[in-house]
Design a protein around this ligand. Structure first.
Ligand SMILES: Cc1cc2nc3c(=O)[nH]c(=O)nc-3n(C[C@H](O)[C@H](O)[C@H](O)COP(=O)(O)OP(=O)(O)OC[C@H]3O[C@@H](n4cnc5c(N)ncnc54)[C@H](O)[C@@H]3O)c2cc1C
Length: 475
C-alpha cells in the first residue's frame, strides 16, 4: 500500500493498544511495533478510574473489565487518611475498578486484535525521520534492521520514548530526586486490604493482588535508588508500620522516581505522542495509565478522520490543544500528592493532618478532588465559551451503546431530526447538555461537539463535521 495511509503505533502498552483499536474502529488498521517479545507479568498500575470505565463503555468493552476487576467505593489523594468518595459522582461507573495492568493490557490487546490490528513483537524502533509527507522509521526486528514508511507515527512507547527523542520533541520538567518502593510479596500476617501508614519514617500502603500476594508500596526517606531487596523491604515496613507482616517470596521488587515531565508538543508534523511518552510523574493517585488511555481516546478518531480524508490534517492540532493541558494538570496534582506522601517532617505531617481534616469536613472540596482524580472534570471547553461545547457529555446508562461504532451521535429532544451516517437518539430535553437545546452532537470520544437550539441545523452540521468517506485503509 501507499505509505501515506499507513499508521504505525510504537509500543503495545495500554495506550498503544487502545489507540490501535480506536484507529481500526475508525477504518484505519495500524501496525503496532513492540520491542518486547512477551507482555510483562508485572503490573505497575492496579486501578481503572471512572472516566476510563466510561471510555471502555463507549465502545461496549467494559464488561470484560468489570467481570475480572474488584470495585472500591473511592480512592486516596496523597495517601491521606480521608479517602475520596467516588460513589456519588455523576457517572454510570462511580467506583475505582481494581485491575492489574497485565490483565488490562491482555483485554486491550484482545480488543485490538479482534478489530484486525497487527501487533509485531520483537520490533524495536531505533530512529525516525520525517521527509515531506511521510515518516521513515528505523526498526530493529527479529530478522535484523529494516525501514518502515508511514503517513503518521504515534509514539506510545513509554516514558523513555525513542519516538519522542528521534522526533526532536523536548521533555522539559524535573528529574527524580527520590524514589518510592514497591514489593509484590506473600504475607504471613496480612493487614486489612487498603491499609496505610504514614509517619516520620515514611509512608506505606498495602494493596491485595489477585494471585494472593499483597503489594507493599510507599516512600522511605532512608532509601536511595539502588535495587530493592526483600530484606530492605522488610526493614522499611518494620520502620514505618512496626511489622514486616512476614513478607516473603516476592514476585516483583522495584523502585520508581519522582521525575515529572510533559512533552513540549504532543504533535510534531506527522509524529504524535500519547501516554507516558507524553507525560511522566510520580505514580501518586494511580492515574498515569488512565490519562494515557484517555489521550488515545481523544486522538484515535481524529487521526483516523485525518488519514481517511474526512477531516483536514489541522484537526490533529486540537489533540495537542486539548490533551497537553491535561498532561500539565496531571504533573501538578501528582506533585501535590507527592508532597503529602513524602511529608514526613513535623511540618509535613501537620500539613497532612490539616488537609485531611479539611477533606473530612468539606464535601465540596472532597468532591472537586474526586472529580479531578477520576478525570470526570476534564473539559475541552474553550475559555470564554459557553462551557458546554467541549465538555464531557454526562450519559445515562442506555446511551453508551450508540457510540459503539465510533461515530459521533446526535442526541435530540425533537423526533424529526435526521442526519446521514450518525445515530440520532431521542432523549428527554433534560438529558441534553443544557436547558433550551433541541439537540446536541456528541463527538466519538463522548465530548460535546456542537449544540443546537434549532433542530433544523443538525443535518447540515453533521454533513460539515462528519462527511462520508470511502472504504478504510490498512497498514
Ligand atoms: C509503581 C507504579 C505504579 C503505577 N500505578 C498506576 C495506577 O495504579 N494507575 C495508573 O493509571 N497508572 C499507574 N502507573 C502508571 C502506568 O503504569 C503508566 O502510566 C502506563 O504504563 C503508561 O502506559 P503507556 O502505554 O503509555 O506506556 P508503557 O506501559 O510504558 O508501554 C510502552 C510500551 O512501549 C514499548 N516500547 C518502548 N520503547 C520502544 C521502542 N523503541 N520500540 C518499540 N516498542 C517500545 C515498551 O516495551 C512498552 O510495552 C504506575 C506506574 C508505576 C511505575
Amino acid at each position: 500500500m501507499n505509505s501515506s495511509g499507513r499508521v504505525v503505533v510504537v509500543g503495545a502498552g495500554p495506550v498503544g493498544l487502545w489507540l490501535a483499536a480506536e484507529l481500526a474502529l475508525g477504518g484505519v488498521r495500524p501496525v503496532v511495533l513492540e520491542r518486547e517479545l512477551e507482555r510483562s507479568p508485572h503490573s505497575k498500575a492496579l486501578g481503572l478510574h471512572p472516566r476510563t470505565l466510561e471510555v471502555l463503555a463507549l465502545r461496549g468493552v467494559e464488561d470484560g473489565f468489570l467481570r475480572t476487576g474488584g470495585r472500591a467505593p473511592g480512592w486516596h489523594f496523597g495517601m491521606l487518611p480521608t479517602r475520596l468518595d467516588f460513589s456519588a459522582l455523576p457517572t454510570q461507573f462511580p467506583f475505582l475498578l481494581t485491575q492489574p495492568q497485565a490483565e488490562t493490557e491482555r483485554l486491550l490487546e484482545e480488543r485490538a486484535r479482534a478489530l484486525g490490528v497487527r501487533v509485531l513483537r520483537g520490533h524495536r524502533v531505533t530512529g525516525l525521520a520525517q521527509t515531506g509527507d511521510e515518516v521513515v522509521l528505523e526498526v530493529a526486528g527479529p530478522d535484523g534492521g529494516y525501514e518502515l514508511r508511514a503517513g503518521h507515527v504515534v509514539g506510545a512507547d513509554g516514558a523513555g520514548s525513542a519516538v519522542r527523542e528521534a522526533a526532536g520533541i523536548g521533555f522539559p520538567g524535573s528529574e527524580s530526586t527520590f524514589y518510592g518502593f514497591l514489593g509484590d510479596v506473600e504475607l504471613s500476617d496480612p493487614p486489612a486490604p487498603g491499609a496505610s501508614w504514614h509517619g516520620e519514617h515514611g509512608a506505606l500502603m498495602a494493596a491485595p493482588l489477585p494471585d494472593g500476594r499483597v503489594r507493599l508500596v510507599g516512600y522511605d526517606p532512608a532509601a536511595g535508588a539502588a535495587p530493592l531487596t526483600l530484606d530492605e523491604l522488610r526493614a522499611t515496613a518494620r520502620r514505618i508500620a512496626g511489622t514486616d507482616f512476614g513478607a516473603r517470596s516476592p514476585s516483583w521488587l522495584s523502585r520508581f522516581g519522582n521525575a515529572t515531565k510533559v512533552a513540549a508538543r504532543y504533535r510534531e508534523g506527522r509524529v504524535l505522542l500519547a501516554g507516558d511518552a507524553a507525560h511522566r510523574h510520580f505514580p501518586a493517585g494511580g492515574v498515569g495509565l488512565n490519562v494515557g488511555v484517555q489521550d488515545a481516546m481523544n486522538l484515535g478518531w481524529k487521526l483516523a478522520s485525518a488519514v481517511r480524508g474526512r477531516a483536514p490534517e489541522s484537526l490533529l492540532e486540537t489533540y495537542h490543544a486539548e490533551r497537553w493541558p491535561v498532561g500539565v494538570a496531571l504533573g501538578e496534582h501528582t506533585r501535590a500528592q507527592t508532597v503529602l506522601i513524602t511529608g514526613v517532617s513535623a511540618e509535613g505531617r501537620a500539613m497532612r493532618e490539616l488537609f485531611s481534616g479539611l477533606l473530612e469536613g468539606n464535601r465540596e472540596l472532597a468532591r472537586t478532588l474526586a472529580m479531578r482524580l477520576s478525570a470526570l472534570d476534564v473539559t475541552y471547553a474553550e475559555p470564554g465559551g459557553d462551557g458546554v461545547v467541549g465538555a464531557r457529555a454526562v450519559l445515562g446508562e442506555g446511551l453508551f451503546r450508540h457510540f459503539h461504532a465510533g461515530t459521533p451521535v446526535v442526541l435530540s429532544a425533537d423526533g424529526g431530526v435526521v442526519a446521514d451516517g450518525v445515530p440520532v437518539v431521542r432523549v428527554p430535553a433534560a438529558e441534553l447538555p443544557r436547558p433550551g437545546l433541541a439537540a446536541a452532537l456528541i463527538r466519538p470520544d463522548g465530548h460535546v461537539w456542537r449544540v443546537f437550539e434549532d433542530a433544523g441545523e443538525v443535518a447540515g452540521a453533521v454533513r460539515e463535521l462528519w462527511p462520508a468517506v470511502g472504504a478504510g485503509v490498512s497498514g
